[in-house]
Design a protein around this ligand. Structure first.
Ligand code: ZN
Length: 121
């Protein structure tokens, strides 16, 4: 389950990526990912991300995060957003401005880039 987002780039419809519920894998109190290899690896390191190892409790406050977070699995490089023309749509036909979409990304502290360029949904 998740929501796919699309944009228009150079006249073509492009898949931006998929936003999904990621459970309690992020402590909003501490700003701390529960992704064991660390925040700096959330956006890279394909092999590590694939293994998806998570702490059960926040390593800073030792509590189970209460508020769930979202993840975003990129299908294209984030930098390409700067060249987007027109609104962004999702798989349910809802329409967003780029700013609104960037706000949605704020709710996604866990982001994967290992599927960029792949055809997935
Ligand atoms: Zn914490």
């Amino acid at each position: 389950m998740g929501t796919n987002y699309y944009c228009h780039l150079a006249g073509e419809k492009r898949h931006i990526g998929k936003r999904s519920a990621a459970g309690r894998q992020y402590c909003w109190d501490c700003g701390q990912t529960l992704f064991a290899p660390g925040e700096q690896f959330v956006h890279e390191q394909i092999g590590i991300v694939r293994r998806r190892r998570f702490y059960k409790l926040c390593p800073k406050c030792n509590r189970q995060p209460e508020k769930p977070c979202m993840s975003f699995n990129w299908a294209m490089p984030e930098a390409d957003l700067q060249r987007v023309s027109g609104p962004i749509t999702n798989g349910y036909g809802e329409v967003f401005s780029l700013r609104e979409f960037l706000n949605l990304l704020e709710e996604c502290p866990i982001q994967y880039t290992d599927s960029i360029g792949e055809d997935f949904c």
